[in-house]
Design a protein around this ligand. Structure first.
Ligand code: V1D
Ligand code: CA
Length: 454
């Protein structure tokens, strides 16, 4: 019989206290509600539970620019009026008017959800967990120098950069209704990360990217997978397209770690989303990936009906911990949110919900699936981690410390080469450690487990 997965759950009770402002759809409070359902179902007894560290500015600078992090550190609702130029530069604005408002505690909020994803990645890398969960993470739109689509720091990119120190290939899968553009863009040129996003796409829907023809660039060609979908996709259509594509990706690319973004705005009845998925179908994607037994970091993302986000992420926590849970919700602090059914698998549609027919015809879905599968066949097996040749103009003496002799481009290449060198060393060391563990048997236990309570 298969061994039960060791699951690390990372949660900070303060993450639900941040507030994007009235009328903004993103409500961090949903994390607190999801957490209460997880506790109510006693799923915390099936996991090692951790409070995260707060990610430092230096950790964030591994992907984001120095200037952007400095700006996020400094900006507050009180001083923002003196920083109008920098706000425009980094795509943040006033509460109530913008996708990415400046709200109280914006930087500590970013530190918490980013620290949580980094801690999850660390648990997979030190081998103490097979699965790590951070429902507060998954902010897939953030770019290196700017905020986008409610996302300020891209915790996913930062976690993947960590995972690359130990795993030769990382697969990113995104089932949020929006395209995972920030993650795709960060790794567009490399074959060490494959990104796959399932999303609504019509050229207009935010962020307006993610056509099936976008497949990656340079060494990363065919390592970006985009599955553009139309309004109203239902459970069976989604399953029909998700499973064969993921099976082919895993068979061809042979990832050694997976990061899964479980944005819950792909559920039926979402305030921003236009899909028609049930909690069962959303969870089936998680269950399907779990079945491959590859170390996996699971993060949240969008989701704008609090009660449904909580239902979805609690159900997925049950799946990841191999737990049976009752359809009757456990008593919890937010009981009234779940009226009138008080059930886990309820009718997700609210009273102001407008129904959309499934506009994805069988022919359309077959066409998208065949195009994606054809592209994947161009990959011809799992890429190795060998370093790529540099154009001569960018060649640098890696050992040179003489800053004055190098152009800015050469300095950038030198820093990148050093970072990649460290990553290669990291995962080679892991192979050796794993070999030793196989020979001598590995110690169990997860070390610094902490009770996180309510
Ligand atoms: F409806 C709103 C009310 C207030 C503020 C913003 C919105 C809103 C809805 N949809 N904003 C959007 C999207 N933005 C635009 C641009 C603004 N216009 C000038 C064009 O359409 C952004 C949607 C972000 C979705 C985020 C996400 O669900 O993918 C997510 N994933 O992880 C975290 C968030
Ligand atoms: Ca997506």
């Amino acid at each position: 019989m298969a061994r039960r997965s060791r699951v690390a759950y990372i949660h900070d009770p303060e993450v639900g206290l941040f507030y994007y402002g009235p009328s903004h759809p993103m409500k961090p409070h949903r994390m607190q509600v999801a957490h209460q359902l997880i506790l109510g179902y006693e799923l915390h007894h099936k996991m090692s539970c951790y409070r995260p560290h707060k990610a430092s500015p230096a950790e964030m600078r591994k992907f984001h620019t120095e200037e952007y992090i400095d700006f996020l550190l400094k900006i507050t609702p009180d001083n923002m009026h003196e920083m109008a130029d920098r706000m425009k530069q980094h795509n943040v604005g006033f509460v109530g008017q913008y996708d990415c408002p400046v709200f109280d505690g914006i930087f500590p909020f970013c530190q918490i959800f980013t620290g949580s994803s980094l801690d999850g990645a660390a648990k997979l890398m030190d081998g103490s967990a097979d699965i790590a969960i951070n429902w507060s993470g998954g902010l897939h739109h953030a770019k290196s120098d700017e905020a986008s689509g409610f996302c300020y720091i891209n915790d996913i990119v930062l976690a993947i950069l960590e995972l690359l120190k130990f795993f030769p290939r990382v697969l990113y899968i995104d089932i949020d209704v929006h395209h995972g553009d920030g993650v795709e863009e960060a790794f567009i040129n490399t074959d060490r990360v494959m990104t796959a996003s399932f999303h609504k796409y019509d050229g207009n829907f935010f962020p307006q990217t993610g056509d099936v023809t976008d497949v990656g660039e340079g060494a990363g060609k065919y390592c970006s997978v985009n599955v553009p979908l139309h309004d109203g996709i239902d459970d069976s259509s989604f399953e029909q397209i998700f499973k064969p594509i993921i099976r082919e990706i895993i068979g061809t690319y042979d990832p050694k770690a997976i990061v899964m973004q479980c944005g819950a705005d792909s559920l039926a009845g979402d305030r921003l989303g236009v899909f028609n998925l049930s909690v069962h179908a959303h969870g089936e994607c998680v269950s399907f990936l779990k079945g491959f037994n590859i170390p996996m970091l699971v993060v949240g993302g969008g989701g704008y009906i609090i009660r449904n986000v909580a239902r979805c992420w609690a159900w997925e926590t049950a799946i990841l911990t191999d737990s049976q849970v009752s359809n009757d919700l456990p008593w919890n602090d937010y009981w009234a949110y779940f009226a009138p059914s008080y059930q886990l698998h309820a009718d997700l549609r609210g009273k102001d919900w407008t129904y959309s027919e499934n506009q994805n015809t069988r022919e359309y879905l077959e066409n998208v699936r065949n195009t994606v599968l054809k592209n994947l066949r161009c990959l011809q097996g799992a890429p190795s981690v060998q370093m790529q040749q540099l154009p001569p103009a960018l060649y640098v003496d890696m050992d040179s410390e003489d800053e004055d002799e190098l152009t800015d481009d050469q300095k950038r290449v030198r820093d990148l080469e050093r970072a990649i060198g460290e990553m290669e060393l990291g995962w080679r060391e892991r192979v050796e450690v794993e070999e030793l563990a196989r020979e001598g048997g590995r110690e169990g236990g997860s070390g610094d487990e902490t009770w996180i309570g309510e």
